[in-house]
Design a protein around this ligand. Structure first.
Ligand code: PEP
Ligand code: MN
Length: 344
């Protein structure tokens, strides 16, 4: 339920309603950034009459039930888009943030060259996997902690915040220490222990859609993170598995407007994993901007032919620069209504 307090509600009345909500067996989530105090009451079962009882409490203006199964991340809970800030970047505002970097951190030279190159072309965050989820146990598994250190060093040297994947709860401490944003990869979208763990820590989370996950399942996974205390979540469409084999996955571009309707969380696109082919990435990047994504994550490698993972879909540095330049007029159009909304 959402409890909107009257504009003139006193501190005492707010304290009292929070206590009442807890008595009814709900947890209290206050919503930041609203003009009046709005409280979310989240619980697994509803007892008849609770709504009326809460609505009759002094200082309360209105109580409504949230019909979506995901509560905290739903548009019903918060009608305005939420902004997630990560190092110098913001998702959900009027700047289009691009996260760029290699699939895997491979060496100091590789990550430094990439960081400098993508920064010069306008990337706002640096990506790089240190713990890699690979289909085959014989493939490169990532440089692990050494990779995290190299990534963090490249981030410090260029002033870019860094994004990296967390694969297990055991690695949480070391990943939090080195990363500005924690990626939960497609294969772990429903690893509920991992979702709870990132919900309990302070870093923002990039939650990627599972290979065969519905939009509702993606939102339920985001809800896990939010319910455990962390609402700094960015969702990512990265293609789903279908019968089509011409591309690595099938980009569900309509997931972006659908998610924009259902959740206040920012939503970005990963055209690299959706396509699997570097030459097609710029076309899908234009689509991301046109359809109203809140940013993008793209794989870039200084020498994709030498990459230890995902070389075929990684842009070269000149290709990344050209794509960013080409996107610029589209992004300016994209920004106009957002700037107007921000100044209204
Ligand atoms: C990645 O970002 O390199 C990655 C493994 O992504 P996904 O989880 O979307 O496959
Ligand atoms: Mn990859």
């Amino acid at each position: 339920m959402i409890i909107s307090m009257r504009a003139d509600a006193t501190e005492n009345q707010i304290g009292h309603i929070c206590a009442r909500i807890r008595e009814f067996g709900y947890t209290v989530h206050t919503m930041p950034g609203e003009k009046r105090v709005v409280i979310g009451a989240i619980g697994s079962k509803y007892v008849e009459g609770t709504l009326e009882a809460l609505e009759a409490t002094p200082g309360v203006e209105k109580v409504v039930r949230i019909s979506a199964p995901y509560k905290l991340v739903s548009r019903e809970f918060r009608s305005s888009p939420s902004i997630v800030r990560v190092a110098g970047a913001s998702f959900g505002g009027s700047v289009f943030p691009v996260i760029a970097g290699p699939c895997s951190v491979e060496s100091e030279k590789q990550i430094m060259e990439t960081a400098e190159g993508v920064k010069a072309s306008g990337a706002m965050l640096l990506r790089g996997g240190a713990f890699k989820p690979r289909t085959s146990p014989y493939e490169f598994q990532g440089l692990e902690v050494e990779g995290l250190k190299l990534l963090a060093r490249a981030g410090r040297r260029t002033g870019l915040g860094v994004v990296t994947e967390l694969m297990s709860v055991e690695q949480l401490g070391v990943v939090v220490e080195h990363a500005d944003m924690i990626q939960i990869g497609a294969r772990n979208m429903q690893n509920f222990a991992l979702l709870k763990a990132v919900g309990r820590q302070p870093r923002p989370v990039l939650l990627k859609r599972g290979l065969s996950a519905t939009i509702r399942e993606l939102l339920m996974s985001a809800e896990y993170i939010a319910a455990h205390g962390n609402t700094r979540i960015v969702l990512c469409e990265r293609g789903i598995r279908t019968f089509e084999t011409a591309t690595r996955n099938t980009c569900d571009i309509s997931a972006i407007p659908v998610l924009n309707e259902l959740t206040h969380l920012p939503v970005i696109l990963d055209p690299s994993h959706a396509l699997g082919k570097r030459d097609l990435v710029p076309a899908l990047a234009r689509a991301a901007v046109a359809v109203g994504a809140d940013g993008m994550i793209v794989e870039v490698h200084p020498r994709p032919e030498e990459a230890l993972s995902d070389g075929a879909q990684s842009l070269t540095l000149p290709q990344f620069r050209a794509m960013m330049r080409e996107l610029d007029p589209y992004i300016r159009l994209w920004a106009q209504p957002r700037e107007l909304a921000a100044s209204a």
